[in-house]
Design a protein around this ligand. Sequence first.
Ligand SMILES: [Zn+2]
Length: 82
Amino acid sequence: MKLDCKHIWRELSNYLEGEVSEEVRRDVEAHVAQCRHCAALLDSTHNVLVLVADERRMDLPIGFNARLRERLEREMSISGPE
Ligand SMILES: [Zn+2]
């Protein structure tokens, strides 16, 4: 089953926080392995998470996921796939 990029992006923050099932994790990794766009996005999203986590000492603010999703939506509109 081939997942599209938007599906991956929806799961990205959960994936990075280890909150996805084994099946979803494999799907994300398989997609990222063959999609440069998502690989780049995963990398930049990971950097954001690391920065925020470091700043907050792992105490992520409420609504963080919502803000991350907004950021992903913006990136999508600027340089979306296809
Ligand atoms: Zn993709």
